[in-house]
Each structure stands twice: as C-alpha cells, then as structure tokens.
Design a protein around this ligand. Sequence first.
Ligand code: NDP
Length: 283
Amino acid sequence: MTDDTTTETKAIDRYGVMGYPISHSRSPVIHRLFALQTGQDIQYELLQVSPEKLETAVRQFQRTGGKGLNITVPHKSEVARLVDQMSDRAATAGAVNTLAFNGGEIYGDNTDGIGLLRDLAVNLGISLKGANVLVLGAGGATRGIVGPLLEMQPASLIIANRSLSKAETLVEHFSRSGPVSACRFNDVPVSDSYDLIINATSAGLKGEAPPYPAAAISKSTFCYDLSYGLKPTPFSAWAREAGAAQSVMGWGMLVEQAAESFKLWRGVRPETRPVLKQMSISA
Ligand code: NDP
C-alpha cells in the first residue's frame, strides 16, 4: 500500500535589494522586522550588482522565482528601462526603486518621495508650504523626491549638483510642477535663508563631503541627509558644525519607503514606528 499523503513544501517568497555598493544597506533588517510584525514568511537578500550586470541580474532574479526587488544607488534611473508597467509616481520621477514581478511582467514603482514626505511630515512634523528648499544632488533619489516635494507647495526649490547639466535636466523635467531651479554647489544663492536642506548626493557613502554651501545654513535651517549611518554622516556632521537648527539622517525615510514597498508586495502596510524603535533609532 502506498501512502498518498504528500507534504507540499511551499517555497518562501524571495525579495532583495540590488545596488553597488550594497553592504551598508539596512533594508534586509527592516523587511525582516516587517515580516515578523505582519506574520509574513519572506526571504530578503542583499545583492551587489555592478551597472553593466544590472539587466542580467534583474532578469535572473525574476527567472528564478523572485517576487520583488528594491533598487538602490546607482541603478534607479537605468532600471526604469526594464519595466513593462510603472506607477504614475515612478513615471513622473523617471526613476524606480521597487520592482514587483507578476508572472512574466515587471512592475516598477518609486516609494522614495512618499517615504521622505511621511518622515518629514508625520515623524518630524515639518511643513513645507511656503518653505525655501535646497536639494543637493541630482541622481535617482532626487528624481524620486522632487515631484512630491513640489506638491507640498514650497516657495522655492533649488537643485544644486556637481554636474550642472544633470540638475538642469531635472529642472526641465519638473518645471511645470512648481518653482524649481538649478545651480552648482558654489553658485547656490544665499541671499535668502533655507528652511530645509536635503542632501541627496551619494558622496557620504565614500566618506566624502563635497563643497556644500555653508552660507546656505542659518540657525533656523533643518538639514536632512538621505544617507544614514550608525555614526553621523559627513553631511550631518557638517550641517551641525555650520549651525543648523537640526540635522537628521535618513533612517525614517528608509523605513517609510520600505513600508510602501512591502505594502506593494504583500498587500499590508506595516507599522513603521516600532521598527524605527527596534532599530534603536528615534523617529
Ligand atoms: P545616484 O548614484 O543616482 O546619484 C548620486 C548623486 O550624488 C549625483 O547627484 C552625484 O553627482 C552626487 N555625488 C556623488 N559623489 C559626489 C561627490 N563626491 N561630490 C559631489 N556630488 C557627488 O544615487 P541616488 O540618487 O540613488 O542616491 C543618493 C543618496 O541617497 C545615496 O547615499 C543613497 O543611499 C541615499 N538614499 C537614501 C534613501 C533613504 O531611504 N534614506 C533613499 C534613496 C537614496 P553627479 O551628478 O555630479 O555625479
């Protein structure tokens, strides 16, 4: 007699984050905490992928049954080429930080902007209406945050970048959404003080502090570094030294944008505050 009771082993759904470099990423910890909190069984991997291998690596992850990916430095603009469909906010940004694999299709989303806005407005209580905002950097992360920042109706938004042409391209892209302009770091106008300065360069990842415009900081300026670390990042240390009212690293944005990705993949939005606390970071 044969025993026809078969034990089906259900494969655990696989997710991951792709970037270059990637070892600094805390996304695996955050998604594990989300999974525990919401009772989901998932696996989340750290995937170091150089720019020339991006397409092969994404397609291989999809082919081998992967369900979704976060995409980080420096791939957010390039990966937008690979998606079959994308959300309005990813299309507006022209950059993708979240992929979902549904059957043979790749769906792209961008959760950076909503992640930053939730951290600023909900966790930190900052209002952007009528504010003068300076964004340093013009890469994939800036593409994701400029549209949502402009929706908050700031009085002005200046994008300063090492390569002026990249900042100008973004200004062209967003000029119909609000009062946005471009310049180099050493041409940042300092006649008006800034309410909010956001560092969206990746210079801190290499421990570098570019010639940020110290004169743009007044004692009422709130400085926000998208980069984060266990020790102060070069930008957040610089901002404190230059006399900023407050200098905050991007942990809150990291957790908030991750929660939006998790919601897209699993259909449930985890609570972010306990995760921020569990990571021993104050919200
Ligand atoms: P990209 O690689 O797309 O862009 C990098 C940007 O940094 C470019 O504007 C580049 O200028 C500038 N840059 C790099 N090195 C230097 C330097 N030495 N001096 C001056 N400028 C420099 O990266 P992303 O936009 O995707 O990410 C930017 C940062 O934001 C990263 O540190 C990333 O970790 C962080 N981030 C954090 C998030 C969070 O949730 N907290 C979410 C998203 C991003 P140029 O154009 O001249 O090359």
